[in-house]
Design a protein around this ligand. Structure first.
Ligand code: HPA
Length: 273
């Protein structure tokens, strides 16, 4: 079965279960899933309930689509996502983005947990993504182009929407939240980076590193969906401090930033009205 037919079957399935016309799609990263509980008139669909979506396997990612209203705007929220390191092909990793695209979103708010390379940053900071470096070594658009969704060689010059960044900066300022901005690099994982890799990324001008987001963003831009990316800084990158990195630490900081994170996302959704 062709990829586009799988996507359309998933979209038809969702449309049959819940009448929804979301304007904004939100992907919630590690430890940040709780915002999904604030969606009103919500309808939840487990990833595995939807045709062609595999189960997600990471702790902290329960894996569901939540449709409904946030700040009285129709949204579709992904609580959990697929990562390359779980063993999926990138085409599977990004399938939910294409589904959200065909459900009608024109803005994708994508979030993640990330380690900071920028020494001005601290755990708990939120960083607006200004650009990315794809260190995964693969691209979700590899293979026959789905002409119906976008061009063979999509431009990536204006990947992170300037206007959306401006809106997010205003919201953060109004809420008294420190607004960081920088370049995000995605590693395939699942091992964290070595200190030598971090020094390399530093020289490349990278401010934060994680294991997601880039494939989803490339896919969204292929479809000309406007993108805003927010990294929740959960730790300083490997080798910065005399200590090891752990997923528990990532989840813990994710927990403590939750109130601020929710406030900022809701503020942005409100401002996009
Ligand atoms: N590296 C990669 N991914 C991450 C990190 C990190 O330091 N922190 C949270 N996700």
């Amino acid at each position: 079965m062709q990829e586009i037919d799988k996507i359309k079957e998933s979209v038809d399935f969702i449309n049959n279960v819940v009448a929804t016309r979301p304007k904004i799609g939100i992907i919630l990263g590690s430890g940040l899933g709780e915002l999904a509980d604030e969606v009103e008139n919500s309808h939840k669909l487990g990833f595995t309930d939807i045709p062609h979506l595999p189960p997600s396997t990471v702790p902290g990612h329960s894996g569901e689509f939540v449709t409904g209203k946030l700040q009285r705007t129709d949204v579709v929220v992904m609580r959990g996502r697929y990562h390359y390191y779980e063993g999926y092909d990138l085409v599977e990793v990004v399938r939910p983005v294409r589904i959200m695209g065909l459900l009608g979103i024109d803005v994708l708010l994508v979030t993640n947990a990330a380690g900071a390379l920028n020494r001005n940053f601290s755990p708990g900071n939120l960083m607006l993504i200004s650009d990315h470096v794809n260190m995964i070594g693969a691209n979700p658009l590899r293979g026959p182009n789905i002409d119906e969704l976008g061009p063979r060689f999509p431009d990536m010059t204006y990947t992170y929407d300037r206007e959306l960044i401006g809106i997010a900066e205003e919201v953060m300022k109004k809420e008294g939240v420190i607004g960081r901005k920088g370049v995000y690099a995605s590693y395939a994982g699942p091992s964290f980076e070595t200190p030598a890799e971090i020094r390399m990324l530093e020289r490349l001008g990278v401010d934060a590193v994680g294991m997601s987001t880039v494939p989803e963003v490339i896919t969204a831009r292929h479809m000309e969906i406007r993108v805003l990316g927010i990294s929740c800084i959960t730790n300083m990158a490997a080798g910065f401090l005399q200590q090891r990195l752990s997923h528990d630490e990532v989840m813990e900081i994710g927990q403590s930033v939750k109130p601020v994170f929710k406030k900022v996302i809701k503020g942005i959704v409100q401002a996009l009205k």
